[in-house]
Ligand binder design. Structure first.
Ligand code: PEP
Ligand code: MG
Length: 751
């Protein structure tokens, strides 16, 4: 290998240069000279990324110095652009012959044939490109590529941390890891907050990058891998985990990764180039992540999460950090994703908000965040790699805007938003005791949706008339095991007690689809949204429903019990569900149990086919509640959990309104009790249209009761009905703009 003195000598020199007190440019200039001489190359250059993805030549040894800060390449342009775009090394013996080669006369690079370029990467982000070139046609050896990658990694770390050269001197905000960043995601739980980042899976801080004693580092790496494997083995043997079936397969696969020889070898190779064991783990992890990102395969992505997790554990073995953290009082959780139980574990006390990369609106973590009253934004790609524990962060759960390390003006603006929100809340609180009645005297029933004990205080705070939808599956989803009969009874009792005189509609288990039980080992389905879910499970496994009804009957002693069956597709299905409930009632009678004063059984209208069966359904159902989330998702053939298509239809499309109008009319003709409990009910403009279509009972997130009541009290329902009726005949993709203009003209308050 022709490197003069080897990579370790080079790293030592790098460390010396880093420690020097000179200008940034001088240090870069020195660095390229040292790398060129160590690698026996005639050229060494550093290109750094600028705003707009331009790659600018920042330093060179061997090319024309006048090109520094003048030569700029777009991403994908030339070989340097190719390295940056693919985040992979490019090693060519005859670069000018390569189709990607882009000749820049100002650099004077025509005599150089051999080219080796590696990306400067950190945390899955490409910061720039490091290259070496030689006149002679030659292929750089594997070890040389490795060595240059190691140098690039160290360079990335110091660039990112601003520790090597003062980035301000280079006037390069794009390169700073600590620069302010704005992310745009989707607001999943309302509210505004600013505070400090707490990483749900904290990045283990690697203090030392360059090894003093490589033999020692290899030993440390091996020991840590041994420790990691042991802990994963223990996890697999643990008698506490009931590991069979799919659960076991997942852990087995995880264990296989821990024993993956390729992974181990790549880390060993990285240590051999002169990195510390910690830096080697990080480098291999960065490379894995980039490779997976490029492939874009969702299965591989999941696999990469496993490797991320293993790498973090390995780093903890190396550094001895426990991973447990003390929460500051103004914590904002940042993570790729997290489970609902994990969020509950943090508790409400010190948490202000959540910023996640890929949780869906209907995910359980989002539901729990809403229950806890925590603002939440998701879809923030790359935030967990960019954020560091303790960074300032501001989250707007309404617009989906998240600012990391914001400037004071932004923080002030957020403070203002928060104050405005508080004022609005005060306005809503002021009308809490007033009736939800339109200007032309039509009373509307406003109910709230709930599912956790956390939700219950909102009933009094919001002034809701009752609970229109209690999602019982949440209690089942949050636990480690199936709740026993006694637990269920106790839980429902506490809900009844908290509700006092107000009615509660308990929806029976709505499992399947996107709602999975962590402990149930049901078969995977190709199309879970159209699969074995809700009442379909209940009818096939009647014990589940019967136990739940048994618990509800006991809990409801002396009160009215309202039971709602989810995802009913036809009347026969409803009747069979009702028959199961009747059997339990009969059982309670035979056992001389105190029974509810009355049991009302309703159906959720979520499957479009049921919309055509209302005359028949109304004969056996005591009430019907439209689940607009599923109903519209199924009517438009759009998977509500798939972000690629979830936004493809608008709930204010003429077809949605026409479908709902048909349901309302059919229910009215059959004197049925009809309400709506999907997300539409809580969105003022949507709710205005729903009232116009004839709905008189809406159930929504408790936080929306105030705004919806405000809207109701400001409108003339007669006018809205006429207008909405006319809109149904239009062909627009969305009637939102027209409805908003109508509301503005009539002075209808939409917030
Ligand atoms: C719905 O589908 O509209 C609904 C209220 O049920 P969920 O969101 O729990 O599926
Ligand atoms: Mg539903």
């Amino acid at each position: 290998m022709p490197t003069a003195g080897g990579p370790r000598v080079l790293l030592r020199r790098l460390r010396e240069i880093m420690a020097e007190q000179t200008s940034a440019q001088m240090r870069l200039d020195k660095l390229v000279t040292v790398i060129a001489s160590n690698m026996v190359a005639e050229v060494c250059s550093i290109y750094l990324r600028r705003a707009g993805k331009l790659l600018e030549l920042y330093a060179t040894e061997g090319l024309n110095r006048s090109a520094v800060h003048n030569t700029r390449l777009k991403e994908g342009e030339g070989l340097v652009g190719l390295v940056s775009e693919t985040a992979e090394a490019v090693n060519l013996s005859d670069a000018p012959a390569d189709p990607h080669f882009s000749y820049r006369p100002e650099t004077g690079e025509d005599p150089f044939k051999a080219f080796l370029g590696v990306p400067i990467v950190r945390g899955g982000q490409v910061f720039g490109v490091l290259t070496v070139q030689n006149k002679a046609e030659r292929v750089y050896a594997e070890e040389e590529v490795e060595a240059l990658q190691t140098v690039a990694m160290v360079l990335a770390e110091v660039v990112a941390q601003g520790g090597f050269f003062n980035i301000a001197e280079l006037d390069e905000p794009e390169l700073r890891i600590d620069r302010p960043r704005k992310f745009m995601g989707e607001g999943l739980s309302e509210g505004v907050a600013s505070g400090r980042v707490v990483l749900h899976e904290p990045r283990v801080k690697v203090e030392r990058m360059i090894a003093d004693n490589p033999v020692e580092e290899l030993k440390r790496l091996e020991e840590a891998i041994g420790g990691l494997r042991e802990s994963v083995d223990q996890m697999l043997m643990s008698s506490e985990l009931d590991l069979t079936g799919e659960g076991r397969e997942v852990i087995e696969a995880y264990r296989l990764f821990a024993y993956d020889q390729g992974w181990r070898q790549r880390m060993r190779d990285a240590v051999r180039t002169g990195l510390t064991a910690e830096a080697a783990v990080e480098r291999v992890q960065d490379e894995t992540r980039l490779r997976v990102q490029r492939l874009g395969d969702p299965i591989l992505r999941e696999r990469a999460h496993d490797f991320d997790d293993l790498a973090r554990r390995l780093l903890r073995h190396l550094t001895g950090e426990s991973g447990h953290q003390v929460l500051p009082h103004d914590s904002i959780l940042v993570a790729r994703n997290m489970g609902p139980a994990e969020l509950l574990d943090y508790g409400r006390e010190k948490l202000l908000a959540l910023a996640l990369e890929d949780a869906a609106a209907t995910s359980h973590v989002a539901i729990v965040a809403r229950s806890m009253g925590l603002p939440m934004v998701s879809g923030l790609e790359g935030i967990s790699d960019n954020a560091r524990g303790g960074d300032a962060i501001a989250v707007d759960g309404e617009t989906g805007e998240v600012h990391l390390r914001p400037q004071t003006e932004i923080l002030n603006a957020f403070e203002e938003k928060r104050a405005l929100r508080q004022k609005a809340q005060a306005r809503f609180a002021a009308i809490r005791e007033l009736p939800a009645i339109t200007k032309d005297g039509v009373p509307i029933r406003l109910m709230m949706n709930a599912g956790l004990e956390f939700d219950m205080p909102h009933l009094a705070e919001s002034g809701a008339d009752g609970i229109g939808l209690f999602r019982t599956e949440l209690q089942f989803m949050l636990g480690e095991t199936m709740p026993r009969l006694a637990d269920q009874t106790q839980f429902y009792k506490s809900i009844f007690d908290a509700a006092g005189d107000k009615p509660v509609v308990f929806r029976t288990l709505d499992l399947g689809g996107d709602k999975v039980l962590p402990y149930a080992r049901w078969e995977r389905e190709e199309n879970p949204a159209l699969g074995w879910r809700a009442i379909r499970i209940a009818l096939d496994r009647p014990a589940l429903l019967r136990y739940q009804v048994r618990a509800l009957l006991v809990a409801a002693q002396g009160r009215t019990l309202r039971i709602l069956l989810p995802m009913v597709s036809d009347v026969d299905e409803f009747n069979r569900g009702r028959a199961l409930i009747d059997r339990e009632l009969e059982r309670a009678r035979l056992l001389h149990q105190t029974r509810p004063t009355q049991v009302l059984v309703g159906a959720m209208l979520e499957v479009p086919a049921l919309a055509f069966m209302l005359p028949q359904l109304m004969r056996s159902a005591d009430f019907v509640s439209i689940g607009s989330n599923d109903l519209l998702s199924l009517a438009f053939a759009v998977d509500r959990t798939n972000p690629r298509v979830a936004k493809r239809y608008d709930s204010l499309n003429p077809a949605s309104l026409t479908l709902i109008r048909l349901i309302v009319q059919s229910a009215a003709e059959n004197s049925g009790d009809l309400s709506l409990c999907g997300e539409m009910a809580g969105r003022p403009l949507d709710a205005m249209a729903l009232l116009g279509l004839g709905l008189r009972t809406l159930s929504m997130q408790p936080g929306q009761i105030g705004p919806i009541k405000m809207m109701i009290r400001s409108l003339n329902l007669g006018e809205v009905s006429d207008f909405v009726d006319r809109l149904c005949g239009r062909t627009d993709h969305s009637l939102r703009t027209r409805l908003a203009a109508f509301a503005a003209e009539r002075g209808i308050v939409l917030k």
